[in-house]
Design a protein around this ligand. Structure first.
Ligand SMILES: Nc1nc2c(c(=O)[nH]1)N[C@H]1C(S)=C(S)[C@@H](COP(=O)(O)O)O[C@H]1N2
Ligand SMILES: [Mo]
Length: 527
């Protein structure tokens, strides 16, 4: 006799036992149906309340600094994909193990599904944007998973226990058919619920960037001169296209805020509260200005810096209108996803700095990834203390009254961007033709300006580089210099001097607590 499908085995004691592949599959389907149900219910109520995302977001909030650094160093801006993928693998494994532990009784599998539900509920309540409604998906998910697993388990056990499974194919066949049908229905239902949840999460904004055309600024934007970059030598272009602008945030799923439902409230230590809708904001005095943003987590030589033409309402106008009270120190901004920044009031009311609530980026509405419909941009300060995306609340307050998101995690309260320079070409470890080599790169000292960049080979004499046309003090400045390299291995270094006369320090410092320092140093081979 030949065997076909896995035969339901029996234990020595005669108790029915579910075959391993089926037990594992039931566990997997149990957790998968729970996830899908959670996403579907969240999609119907409020997509960010997906239990899967809630757990991931809580994980991000609890991530110790070393692990965060490791994740950024290893996965770069794919850190979120890595986290979600890792979570999916862990959950799938938990499902398989739970299923395998449930070959006789469903208790272990049911326990794992309930435990996952508890985890999701705890994560939901710990979210800074928590509302009671967020518990609904966290409860629905384990309820569905529990039900699917229990029903499937019962059918599989009945198949295993079918009388005379070898002798009486009819009895076994019936139980088998029933188990297979149930598994198929559960699988299809899970896939459908998952797809529907995904669809719902992607829809539902009342106005998306494509439909919001930013109005023109009152004084037309400055023309970017042709000599503003050395792209022909290999530096980045002066303006960074929106889709290659670096992106850093804690949002596992990009918050989708409709322009029509958006508003910002300015309150706290002010003479009068100001609340603005998107239409009110865009009909005010607008300025447009090229600004280089930089992330504090950018290591020496890193690429977490980009430049765009930002269009927005000057914050000085809004804060003047609200009337900042004496004693106020920071503006504590909150994003729709609960992320917060603390920005010195002085940086926002400084008329020469052009800090703004931005609604446009490089001639288009803000992309969702960069804060649609409105974000804050402050020249000269690292993004984590100034660049609040999806901003919805601004409280004028004191520093001690309300520490912000990254300050609570050990980063500095105030963080002006440090003078830095970077070699873009040749690439580190590149092989270049021996002789005259053009070394080119980028330097920045936002709100001070770059006045000199020097390069040297092998610790030799510093040589001044040619600087690109200066666009403004709030943007990066490209540089290039011909360097003679004999055949062999060489070390190249760069350092910048800013308009205050400060020469960039050689002292190596890590990104935490307030930004990396040190000279970018690379090795190349001339051949
Ligand atoms: N809502 C929200 N805004 C945020 C962040 C965030 O995690 N959430 N990260 C900040 C950090 S650390 C930086 S460097 C900038 C990056 O802005 P970008 O992604 O548009 O380049 O956004 C800032 N604003
Ligand atoms: Mo950042």
């Amino acid at each position: 006799m030949t065997t076909t499908a896995p035969t339901p085995p029996r234990s020595e004691t005669g108790d029915p036992v579910i075959a391993r592949p089926w037990a594992a599959g039931a566990g997997l389907l149990g957790v998968a149906s729970a996830l899908a149900a959670g996403d579907l219910v969240a999609g119907l109520l409020d997509p960010p309340s997906s239990p899967f995302l809630a757990v991931g977001n809580q994980f991000i909030r609890m991530t110790p600094e070393w692990l965060k650094q490791f994740a950024i160093a290893t996965f770069g801006t794919y850190d979120k994909v890595a986290l979600l993928g890792g979570m999916a693998v862990v959950i799938a494994l938990a499902g398989v193990v739970a299923g395998l532990a449930s070959r006789r009784t469903p208790t272990p599998g049911q326990g794992v599904i309930i435990a996952m539900g508890v985890l999701a509920a705890v994560a939901a309540t710990l979210a800074p944007t928590f509302g009671v409604l967020d518990l609904v998906p966290a409860v629905a998910a384990p309820a569905v998973g529990y039900g699917v697993f229990t029903v499937l388990h019962r059918a599989l056990l009945a198949w295993a226990a079918a009388p005379g499974q070898h002798a009486a194919p009819e009895g076994t066949g019936l139980a088998r058919r029933r188990a297979l049908t149930l598994a198929g229905v559960a699988l299809a239902g899970t896939a459908l619920a998952g797809a529907l949840g995904r669809l719902l999460a992607g829809s539902g904004t009342d106005a998306v960037p494509d439909t919001v055309v930013p109005p023109a600024a009152a004084p037309p934007p400055p023309r970017i001169p042709a000599g503003a970059d050395f792209a022909a030598s290999g530096t980045p272009s002066f303006l960074t296209p929106n889709d290659s602008f670096y992106r850093i945030d804690t949002a596992l799923q990009v918050p989708r805020v409709g322009a029509a439902s958006w508003s910002v409230r300015i309150h706290g230590m002010v003479e009068r509260e100001v609340t603005l809708t998107f239409d009110q904001l865009r009909s005010r005095r607008l300025i447009e200005k090229p600004i280089t943003m930089t992330c504090v987590s950018n290591p020496v030589g890193g690429d977490l810096a980009s430049t765009a033409l930002f269009l927005g309402v000057p914050l000085v106008d809004l804060l003047m209108e609200a009337g900042v009270q004496p004693g106020a120190e920071q503006v504590f901004s909150t994003s729709v996803d609960g992320f917060t920044t603390g920005t010195p009031v002085t940086a926002l009311t400084d008329t020469g700095r052009d800090a703004m609530l931005a609604i446009g980026m490089n001639g288009k509405a803000l992309p969702v990834e960069h804060g649609f419909p409105v974000r804050m941009v402050v020249p000269g300060l690292y993004g984590y203390v100034s660049g609040c995306k999806w901003i919805t609340d601004m409280e004028v307050t004191t520093w001690d009254a309300n520490p912000s998101f990254w300050e609570l995690r050990g980063w500095s309260r105030e963080a002006p961007i440090k003078t830095q320079s970077r070699i873009d070409v040749p690439r580190s470890e590149a092989t270049v033709p021996a002789g005259r080599v053009v070394v080119a790169g980028t330097a920045w000292a936002q709100h001070t300006g770059i006045t000199r960049v020097e390069v040297r080979a092998d610790g030799g004499r510093w040589q001044s580089a040619e600087l690109a046309t200066e666009v403004g003090i709030d943007t990066w400045r490209m540089w290039q210099a011909p360097v003679d390299l004999a055949p062999g291995r060489h070390q190249l270094q760069v350092r910048a001097t800013d308009r205050s006369g400060y020469l960039q320090t050689a002292q190596l410092q890590d990104v935490i607590p307030d930004g990396a320092t040190g000279w970018h140093t690379i090795s190349v081979t001339a051949a």
